[in-house]
Design a protein. Structure first.
Length: 232
């Protein structure tokens, strides 16, 4: 099925961990803004009918201009002071006809279109909430206040989760409506609301570009051709 998904792209963060500079979504990756890479990868996914970007409030007009020539309709709204607030602002701009809503960090700019399709397919198969997840590769230790090891955690049941995270619209709206504390992911809100959250296999390319190291990795991946986007 084509075009039945609205995807929210929170992009209003400052990028504090990236160091001084412009808001992270507007910083350059291989010569183009991070957000442009992210939106391009989203726009070629056949399921996507609408993209809603939550931009840094001071940059709504330039972001709109930057994203003018994409193959799907794009709305740009002002984001809020937290990721959760930015997602809520974007969700408000989604027309009622969209029953499937994905939330996807601009900072996961290299996430491949196939990952969007995989999340959307699981929703269509009946899930209320779906997140991409990868096994944890490092050994995980619990440490105490003095940085001393307290325990080694069995990692076999642990997963590192990514975006896009997909929801029936009503599930996401209800989770945000009852949110009290600030969550870093939307599935956390849904869990709190008692919703069953399913997983699909994640993709290493959907890693979050957080620190200068990640930007360097992203540049290298682009240069190697590992990220080439298929035409819609
Ligand atoms: N985000 C947002 N609105 C905020 C904060 C974050 O839309 N008020 C978005 C970011 O733009 C990013 C995604 O949420 O695409 C994930 O956040 P993160 O990687 O933490 O980005 P930043 O908040 O920009 O980075 P930092 O925490 O280092 O400042
Ligand atoms: Mg942040």
């Amino acid at each position: 099925m084509r075009g039945d998904v609205a995807i929210l792209v929170p992009a209003a963060g400052l990028g504090v961990r990236m160091g001084p500079g412009a808001p992270k979504a507007l910083r350059l990756l291989a010569g183009e803004p991070l957000l442009l890479h992210a939106v391009r990868n989203v726009a070629v996914a056949p399921s996507v009918g609408l993209i809603v970007v939550a931009a840094p409030p001071a940059d709504v007009a330039p972001v709109r201009a930057m994203l003018a020539e994409q193959p799907v309709p794009i709305a740009v709204v002002a984001g809020g002071p937290t990721r959760q607030a930015s997602v809520a602002c974007a969700l408000d701009a989604v027309p009622r006809e969209y029953d499937l809503v994905l939330v996807h960090d601009a900072a996961r700019a290299l996430a491949p279109p196939a990952l969007i399709e995989s999340v959307a397919a699981k929703l269509r198969a009946g899930s209320s909430a779906v997140i991409p997840a990868l096994p944890v590769v490092d050994t995980i230790k619990q440490v105490g206040d003095g940085a001393e090891v307290i325990a080694t955690i069995d990692r076999s049941a642990l997963r590192a989760v990514q975006t896009p995270q997909g929801f029936r619209r009503s599930t996401l709206a209800a989770a945000h409506a009852i949110a009290v504390d600030n969550h870093t992911d939307d599935a956390g809100l849904a869990e709190r609301a008692g919703v069953r959250v399913d997983t699909v296999p994640g993709d290493e390319l959907a890693f979050k570009i957080t620190r200068p190291f990640d930007l360097a990795v992203a540049e290298a991946l682009i240069a190697s051709g590992a990220t080439s986007v298929r035409v819609r």
